[in-house]
Ligand binder design. Sequence first.
Ligand SMILES: [Zn+2]
Length: 455
Amino acid sequence: MTVEAHLLTEELAILDSLKAFCRIESVSADPGYADGIDEAAAFVAGALRQAGFPVVEVIETGGHPAVYAERCERPGAPTILIYGHYDVQPPDPLEAWRSPPFAPEVRDGRLYARGVSDDKGPLLLPIKVAEAFHRLEGGLPLNVKFLIEGEEESGSPHFAPTVARLAERLACDVAVSADGAMWRDDLPSVLVAGRGLVALEVTVTGAGKDLHSGRHGGSAPNPLQALVALLATLHGPDGRVAVPGFAAGALPPDPAIAAAIRAANIDPGAYFDQIGAPRPDPLPSAEELLTRQWLEPTLELNGISGGYAGPGTKTVIPSEARAKITCRLVAGQSPDTAFAAIAAHLDRHAPAGVRVAVHRHGPGSDAFALDPGLPALRVVEEVFAEVFGRPPLRVAMGATIPVPAVFQRHLGVGTVFFSFSTSDEDYHAPNEFFRLANLRRGLVAWARLFRRLAA
Ligand SMILES: [Zn+2]
């Protein structure tokens, strides 16, 4: 029997194993679930041992443990590093679930459970495929390593240092992420770009203490007023960032993404309806909307504080005002350069009579942009085209995905996304589900990916 045929006969057993994985309450954000975290790490390690991996280790990271495994018995064949995570989002609000979040249930061709789509289902696929190769062929067609973390849903605070520390052991030709999601159920897609991030805070200070607006109004500086005037210089009338040097180094996107944007042809009016915002007049075109979401940098004001915002009125001139800002960055832009450009801009435009201080939060993240010519990307596209019956679109996403940037920096390799979840599967929300059709497709697809990457 071929590996693919064997996998299809094993489908029910694999589904049972996925249910067992989903019964484990591995919520990373809440210390109350610490037992579930340990249990899930042990489950993954056990599944990898059962799949024939001679090296399987639960690795201390300083936070929740990671699981590392390797089977490298093919000298001369390529080595891939498969990434995924065993932790899940908190299940709240519990009352919104039709079946309990940690009691997996099949309804209408979908398996419902917290974490089933993000990332337990997609992660179990390559492990079960490795097991099938082990049973039928006594080994894998290429060298395979796994690094599975337990803090993805909590911002992966120990992931980069762990990868840096283990860089030698993690050495590979390409990373393959079993995490991430296809953009739409009706259009297979492969993620090739995501935006980076830099965060900062601006503080404007006037007088040494809050002042009475009757006694001092008109003569004393008002930091809130100065702050809003200053913030108003950050964008042009079209909403784009107007800070000189902010986009220094930005690279043009892969033209295939622009083609995907045209092919996707979303409905801009429906988009504004869905987020509950009034439709702008004129409405942007579908192309402009997705281009701005995926491929342009942003600077967002996330919060402004200062003075009095409680009930009633208070005739105060505040001594201080603050704004929190985060920026999404595109490929080629550096968090350092973008921050320096904003800080210099704010300094240049500081209104007279106040002090302006700019503070950066954390190192930020580079954008992710996969080399469009990467051979593994072509293989992924080929396999997707076969199992979905149509070639996938190359898509970007507006959000920040740190894992590929970490692998690029510390291992010097690109990351291809090979995930079988879809972004409508309510991960991070009640009633998360995973399509059983994609479980089946995913098993066949991973088997083909192993073979083709080996060739
Ligand atoms: Zn995930």
